[in-house]
Ligand binder design. Structure first.
Ligand code: NDP
Length: 325
């Protein structure tokens, strides 16, 4: 079958996202052919497009999608034609109407989760799952700092943390985003375009600081995040929305109270099939229960992915963004 897709032939701005047609073969051993009904947009897609993260070119782009299985290759177990599935990893190439891909990254969707919701949450939601339950298992009663709280990862994290009994200090750019973050679980929101984050965090925590900071913003917030931590606190630097963090001296950690820093990626937390299934199941449960609502702030036609990238990078989006094939 023929499929429309977006690929990059060279790195650069959103205009490097090129629509073309590809003929798909039948799935080989361990593969499945998926007709996609929704594709998730993630900040990581902009890193591959810009060249901050490297992919051999030309390359497909996108890591997350949902749809229906049209065919499976030899040796695929547990999945059959007609199953509704979603994924948050595997080879780049999610920006496509249909694709042949490794079946091992596909997760079957329960009836309670529709495909658009799945495409909006699989990557960001499994990220939140590992950040707050496994990387640093938060405890009820703690207060944590969460940057970009009105974003895709942010809105899921704020709700899930609140559900676990954690007080969330969020950051957001501007009053509208601050209101959205507050409505999704943040007890306090700092407008980090105008306020000094570390000073505000100290004020809110009686001078003590927070035990953990979740920082997906990167370059612009890194030092302020360290300054917001309590003694022996953990800095989770998990993204680069404002650019990559500059090299830093380990002495910065001792000077601020024997801090820890980690720079994790989702793929190391859903590396095995068991980890992927457990992470996805925890996400499905918390969404099906209503404790976490998936907020699709905007949708675009898949062909208009360039505009979606422009808006994401211009900080115009809130919550999750879905591209529709
Ligand atoms: P978001 O929807 O959160 O969008 C990024 C947000 O970052 C913006 O909306 C903006 O919010 C904020 N921001 C602050 N400074 C800038 C800037 N200079 N340019 C653009 N945005 C800025 O994106 P995602 O939810 O897709 O991802 C959030 C972060 O998490 C990203 O860094 C991403 O790479 C990372 N991530 C990491 C994973 C991992 O395992 N390591 C997995 C998944 C995501 P505001 O206007 O409120 O400041």
């Amino acid at each position: 079958m023929k499929t429309g897709q977006i690929r990059i032939h060279e790195t650069g701005g959103p205009d490097k996202l090129i629509w073309d047609q590809q003929t798909l073969g039948t799935p080989g051993a361990g593969e499945a052919l998926v007709r996609q009904t929704a594709v998730g947009l993630n900040f990581i897609d902009t890193y591959y497009r810009s060249g901050l993260y490297k992919a051999p070119l030309p390359s497909g782009i996108g890591s997350e999608g949902a749809g229906e299985i049209l065919a499976v290759g030899e040796g695929v177990e547990g999945l059959t034609v007609g199953d509704r599935v979603a994924y948050a990893s595997g080879p780049l190439g999610a920006y496509a109407e249909a694709r042949v891909m490794p079946a091992r990254v596909l997760v079957k969707l329960p009836p309670a989760i529709d495909e658009r919701t799945a495409a909006a949450m699989m990557l960001q939601g499994t990220t939140v799952e590992y950040l707050i339950r496994r990387l640093y298992p938060v405890q009820a009663g703690q207060t944590v700092l969460l940057h970009a709280a009105a974003g895709g990862v942010g809105l899921i994290a704020a709700q899930w943390l609140r559900h676990l009994g954690v007080t969330v200090i969020g950051t957001a750019g501007g009053p509208e985003k601050a209101a959205i973050a507050r409505a999704h679980g943040c007890t306090h929101v700092i407008d980090y375009r105008h306020e000094d984050v570390a000073r505000k965090v100290r004020e809110l925590t009686g001078g003590e600081g927070v035990p953990v900071v979740y920082d997906g913003v990167g370059r612009d917030t890194f030092v302020g995040s360290l300054d917001s931590l309590a003694r022996r606190g953990l800095m989770v630097s998990f993204g680069n929305a404002s650019g990559a963090v500059e090299p830093f001296a380990p002495a910065m950690l001792s000077a601020r109270g024997s801090l820890f820093v980690t720079r994790p990626t989702l793929f190391d937390y859903i590396a095995t099939r068991a980890e992927l299934e457990a992470s996805a199941q925890a996400l499905f449960d918390v969404v099906a229960s209503g404790a976490v609502r998936i907020n699709i702030g905007q949708t675009y036609a898949l062909r208009d992915a360039a505009q979606a990238h422009r808006d994401l990078e211009a900080r115009k989006t809130t919550g999750a963004t879905v591209l529709l094939p």
